[in-house]
Design a protein. Sequence first.
Length: 357
Amino acid sequence: MSAELLIVGASGVVGRTVLRHFEAKTAWGLTGLSRRKPDFASRCRFLSTDLADPAACEAIAEQLSHVTHVLYCANSEPDHLLSGWLRMDHVEANVTMLRNLFDPLRRRARDLRRVILMQGTKAYGAAAGTFKIPAKEDDPRSLAPNFYYGQEDYIRAAQAGSDWSWVALRPQFVCGFALGSPMNGLSGVAAYAAISRELGLPLRFPGTAPRIHEATDARLLAQAIEWVATAPQCANETFNIVNGDCYTWDSLWPKIARLFDMEWAPPAPARLARIMVGKDDVWRRIVTRHDLRPYTLAELVPNWGMTDYALGYKVPEQPMIVSGLKARRFGFDACMDSEEMYLDWLRILQDERIIPT
């Protein structure tokens, strides 16, 4: 039986990489749903709608009747990421978006087999503070507001009496690239380094917390999505998906400096959301000097808050580590060296002329 994957949020960090992963999988048809038009060639059929508009979702559902698998990785992010994640209007907006699309879709997609929800460490209370180490999928929910809970509860209720199943995935700081994504912390690291070099400055680490970090390569996450999409044992389960190792910025930062052919200096803690204000002209100069794609700094880094969070600026020193054992026990054993991941993605952005060499 043929399969048709609907990627909701196809232009985001996760969706874009998943789309490219499935491009070579000829057994899969691809439909992408996103607000932004793709900035790359693809065989995927792209559709656009406003998920906050129930009438618009109802209208587009007729074009989704052949969908067999859904990856839902769309979200609405607040301007102030950390504090906004805990607001009830943020929770309600994201649950409503899922409901607006999925209510009409499930009435029409008669061959629907699996729905994959994208979650993350906020499911363990990361937005509100620290959590039990290592976090495991059967840990109790946090008391803090969280749209993941509302979306999962909605999907569980919608599944009652149906033949399709669901899966929830929880990666840690997904590393990849997407244009205009507020959750794209990697672009912030790259732009900060390039701007520092352009101004004749050494690369100084701007974070504060010297903690141990965990991450998930978007390409590894795409492999996990292909796995859970068809593996029978994954039905109605939740999985942490992580690279499988840990890293510290102390060891990685000099390597990033060498990649940009820069000197590096002792840390200088600073909130990038504050010190990168007014650097648009510097970035335009970089684009011209290095013949880069004509993306603005705001397109590459629409919200510096995610980069601040990833680098550990004024966040708890306790590491936020999740266990990846359950996925391994169920059959997914792919892994990735996190330091190599960062450097590899930065080289990809250089090769695609998004950041300078």
